[in-house]
Design a protein around this ligand. Structure first.
Ligand code: FE
Ligand code: FE
Ligand code: ZN
Length: 277
């Protein structure tokens, strides 16, 4: 089963997201747990969350992949910025329990000159503070493009963060096709090699979700500019092979392409109808 969806807006609540996803032909989706800029989150309506859970079950959805605000920086050089990331993510862990058993993805952050090792230590510290044994949510580290001082552009960095996390059954990885290509992993010519390397360095068991984006830039550019499917440097066939790879079967695939509803609906249809040439 191919679980495909896209990042949609939570302004109208949980059940509305589920209904929109179904209309678009999706069977998974992503959403921001709060204002993407990291502000205060609106209160959760438990009935609305329960209505979504029923809808997901009735329509055989895969796991959802909630996204933390992208402005949080768990490895900032400023203590108050790190503290803010911790407060938001701690609160998000509680909010996620209204949708038990789904995924929560975040960007590891930028070490802003403190060095990768210092960054990794701060990230693991934060994760060990917020991840509780009783939670049902798995927290996913997103693979990054390695732009600026971003941590998580190398599989080794992802592995080092996981290494430091105590509750390993609550941690996983979300692999972003645009980011890994921009980071220099050659999924255009050697997808098997890249997945083999991920397996050696991190372990494919930790891979829980995929972000499906074409890239405006060539491999190794460290830019992180998403393109619509088939309109970037990766192209439709590379992405088709990626989401249909036997080692990645059953993972939720989330589009974060520059689209509105109709565009996502079209891309989902395009990807579902793709066959290898
Ligand atoms: Fe992301
Ligand atoms: Fe992403
Ligand atoms: Zn990105």
């Amino acid at each position: 089963m191919l679980y495909l969806g896209y990042h949609l807006s939570s302004v109208n609540g949980f059940e509305a997201m589920g209904r929109e996803a179904i209309e678009a032909g999706a069977n998974t989706f992503a959403f921001f747990t709060r204002n993407p800029r990291g502000g205060k989150a609106k209160a959760i309506d438990p009935d609305d969350a329960a209505a979504l859970m029923t809808l997901l079950e009735e329509n055989n959805f895969g796991k959802l992949v909630a996204h933390a605000p992208y402005t949080l920086n768990p490895c900032s050089d400023k203590q108050n910025v790190r503290e803010f990331a911790k407060i938001c993510m701690e609160d998000d862990m509680q909010r996620m329990e209204f949708l038990p058993g789904h995924y929560y993805n975040f960007h590891p952050g930028s070490h802003v000159g403190q060095g990768v090792d210092a960054g990794i230590e701060m990230i693991t510290g934060l994760l060990n503070d917020i991840i509780k044994p009783e939670q049902s949510t798995i927290v996913l580290l997103e693979t990054m493009s390695g732009k600026g001082s971003e941590v998580g552009g190398r599989f080794e960095e992802i592995a080092a963060i996981i290494e430091g996390v105590k509750l390993k059954e609550k941690i996983g990885v979300c692999m972003d096709s645009c980011h890994i290509s921009d980071a220099g992993y050659d999924i255009i010519n050697d997808l098997d090699g890249v997945l083999g390397e991920f397996n050696r360095v991190v372990g494919l068991d930790y891979l829980k979700a995929l972000h499906i984006n074409d890239s405006k830039n060539p491999p190794g550019s460290h830019k992180d500019r998403h393109a619509c499917i088939g309109e970037g440097e990766l192209g439709l066939d590379v992405i088709g092979r990626f989401i249909n790879h036997p080692k990645l079967a059953g993972l939720p695939c989330i589009l974060e392409t520059p689209n509105e509803f109709e565009g996502y609906q079209r891309e989902i249809e395009l990807l579902r109808s793709w066959t290898p040439r």
